[in-house]
Design a protein around this ligand. Structure first.
Ligand code: LFR
Length: 491
């Protein structure tokens, strides 16, 4: 029997998951082997990831895999996107790894667009403008360090390199750099020139499915690891998550990959980089098997994660949902995609200020804050679904919610009701699953995405939420529009 291991690291937690394929019952089973927390930390006014800690957690997880009696396996790794590592010509890191929420890029888009316009960058790359995109991060990075860099790798590329010694730039994640050209499907020469970088500073663009090599023998010996063969998977977590959506290939469905971010979009066989899509700030990230994810980043569960962190009470997410349920719905509303919520020094204060500035009362308890976040997320999703239908000229009948947010019954039902769309929630581990599916397909055990997604549908409980009418929805919608307009006018 083959063992497929996924390393899946998000902004707030990481895990190693083992997958087993059952061809007779057409199922894929998952078993969590190891879980660890992740966060960035502030040092001298900048935010950094600890990639050495992450590497050691991967090692610990692989040791547990071996203890489970697994001596050989395939292995794929995914993380969040856009962040990078500079290596010198001895393969050593030459700086700490900045976290994308670091404030250094706040002004970077405006500065860069004095050299090349937003519309030109969008027509070349199809990538939405986010201050944290690699393009803007590199633009403000110390130029001496950049010139010294022999290779610029994305975080998961670097983790693959640590395990195998092999260099590559995996494609799905590379597209989030906002440096790849949709026509040539290579690095864009003009953008490289503006950054004063050479093509040779990046490795080969590599498609998911490629076999990269085994864990270095010296690492296997030093840490007593199983003999794993690394397969390149969609190393951008969102790209893996969308592979794990239990959808039919044909049909009018959209997805939300719901975690720290809510990534709401559709899968397409071609990009859509029209001026209208640029204005609505939709992105065309590259997916596995020639697909594109036409989606929007919505602030997501980050807001509630931050509120929870700040309260310093030992309160679970389930308890936060319970508290929210006791509050009056739609009383406090904030436009989640306002960049002020990207990394405020206090999320609680930022939400309260927003409410006061837009003429609302201030949510003064944790339950009210939680209610505010869930209601506001559902309304932001509704806006985005409407935009998506308009931009793609496609009607959306079903919304798949995958990732941790699929467990939040309040938010799933609210989304169905506010957006008036059927919600299918699950699996929660879609990202690890997508990662494993690409390994299985790469090993020749399944034939493609359609078959794999059928197996996903057979393997996990998918909960259906039927849209119910909301009393006074017209009033809520008009208040929502007024609040957004007021916030814009205050900017
Ligand atoms: C989700 C995600 C999003 C990306 C953001 C930053 O974890 O990968 O897709 O926009 O994190 O990397």
């Amino acid at each position: 029997m083959n063992n497929y291991i996924a390393v899946d690291i998000g902004a707030s937690s990481g895990r190693l998951v083992m997958g087993t394929l059952h061809k007779d019952s057409e199922q894929i089973q998952l078993q969590e082997i190891h879980r660890f927390s992740n966060s960035f930390t502030e040092k001298e006014e900048h935010d950094y990831w600890d990639v050495d800690y992450l590497f050691m957690e991967i090692v610990k997880g692989l040791q547990k895999v071996k203890k489970e009696g697994v001596d050989a396996c395939t292995l794929g790794m995914d993380t969040w996107a856009v962040d990078y590592v500079l290596l010198d010509d001895n393969g050593k890191r030459i700086h700490e790894v900045y976290a994308y929420r670091d404030k250094r890029t706040k002004e970077a888009p405006d500065k860069l667009h004095r050299k090349i316009s937003r519309s030109v960058v969008y027509s070349k790359t199809g990538i939405q403008e986010q201050p944290f995109n690699t393009l803007y991060q590199l633009y403000v990075h110390d130029s001496n360090q950049l010139q010294r860099a022999d290779k610029i790798m994305m975080v998961p590329d670097y983790l693959y390199y640590r395990l195998t010694g092999k260099l590559m730039n995996e494609m799905t994640n590379a597209s989030t750099m906002q440096l790849l050209n949709l026509d040539t499907r290579e690095f864009d020469e003009d953008l490289l020139e503006i950054l004063n970088l050479r093509r040779s500073q990046f490795a080969e663009l590599t498609e998911p499915g490629v076999k990269l090599g085994r864990i270095l023998p010296e690492l296997q010996r030093e840490y007593d690891l199983p003999d794993c063969e690394l397969i390149v998977v969609p190393t951008h977590d969102t790209a893996s998550a969308v592979v794990g959506v239990p959808a039919q290939t044909h049909g009018s469905w959209a997805y939300i990959s719901s975690g720290t971010w809510s990534l709401l979009g559709v899968e397409r066989p071609s990009p859509l980089n029209t001026p209208e899509a640029m204005i609505a700030n939709y992105t065309n990230e590259w997916g596995a098997y020639g697909t594109y994810r036409f989606l929007k980043n919505i602030m997501g569960l980050w807001m509630i994660q931050e509120v929870r962190r700040e309260t310093q009470e030992d309160i679970s997410f389930a308890e936060l949902v319970e508290l929210a349920l006791r509050e009056e719905p739609f009383r406090y509303l904030v436009y989640c995609n306002d960049n002020r919520f990207l990394n405020p020094s206090s999320m609680i204060q930022e939400i309260r200020n927003y409410c006061l500035e837009t003429g609302q009362p201030s949510p003064d308890t944790i339950g009210k804050l939680a209610r505010c976040i869930f209601d506001s997320l559902a309304l932001t999703y509704k806006d985005s679904i409407q935009e998506l239908q308009k931009l793609t000229d496609q009607s959306i009948e079903t919304l798949h919610i995958v990732g941790g947010g699929a467990n939040n019954e309040l938010l799933c039902q609210l989304t169905a009701d506010v957006a008036q769309v059927e919600v299918l929630a699950g699996p929660t581990e879609a990202t690890a699953l997508g990662n494993i599916i690409v390994q299985i397909i790469g090993s020749g055990q399944l034939h493609g995405l359609e078959e794999a997604r059928r197996f996903v549908g057979n393997s996990f409980h998918i909960k259906k939420y039927k849209p119910q009418p909301i009393q006074g929805m017209d009033d809520i919608t008009s208040r929502w529009e007024q609040i957004k307009a007021k916030a814009k006018a205050n900017q």
